[in-house]
Design a protein around this ligand. Sequence first.
Ligand SMILES: C[S@@+](CC[C@H](N)C(=O)[O-])C[C@H]1O[C@@H](n2cnc3c(N)ncnc32)[C@H](O)[C@@H]1O
Length: 213
Amino acid sequence: MLPGVYAPQDDTELLAEALREVAPPPGARVLDVGTGSGALALEAARLGAEVTAVDVSRRAVWTVRLNAWLRRLPVRIRRGNLFAPVRGRTYDLILANPPYVPAPDAGRGPRGRSLAWDAGRDGRLLLDPICRDAPALLNPGGTLLVVHSALSGPDRTLELLRAAGLKAAVIRRRWIPLGPVLRSRADWLRRRGLLAPAEDREELVVIRAERPC
Ligand SMILES: C[S@@+](CC[C@H](N)C(=O)[O-])C[C@H]1O[C@@H](n2cnc3c(N)ncnc32)[C@H](O)[C@@H]1O
């Protein structure tokens, strides 16, 4: 893995569990947006899906290219912003573990390593566009799986996806200890009422949204 690329963590694992539960059939068209190391894209390819992986980071693109080559798994890899590189294509399953950590204003926005996790003051810098644009990329009967922190408004995710005509629900939850990034901004999160005074954990959620046939 190249330095600066997001190493698979609890959110990756939680989404991988949901992916295995959905079990796309061989040949299903799968998109992994914000692929990082490619862990989820490779898991889908292992299941026999036809996979496209997108990331805005050059290092991530090189990493997933190398990881796919080492494992002899076919993955189409594209660099770019969210769905821009796959305009005009549609999918049976879209996987998203985007940046979702609420962050104090950082001038010109997330840069360097923080591009993998920082997502504006409410954590929704990428979640809102994903909820807005993913539904139109799903084939009838297609599924979106998105993981994020409960600090970043799961109710808003459900509301946006339902407003787009999808059937959406939280299908997985997991409490994990606050990592170094959240610990470093815990006071700011508490001042904003996002974190209870004594709380030293965060909850991750996986949302599954289905487009009717
Ligand atoms: C939390 S990491 C998840 C990585 C991987 N999917 C996983 O589950 O381990 C988020 C990824 O989104 C990528 N990313 C950030 N902004 C993006 C954007 N606008 N378009 C595409 N990818 C983006 C980051 O480079 C990073 O690799």
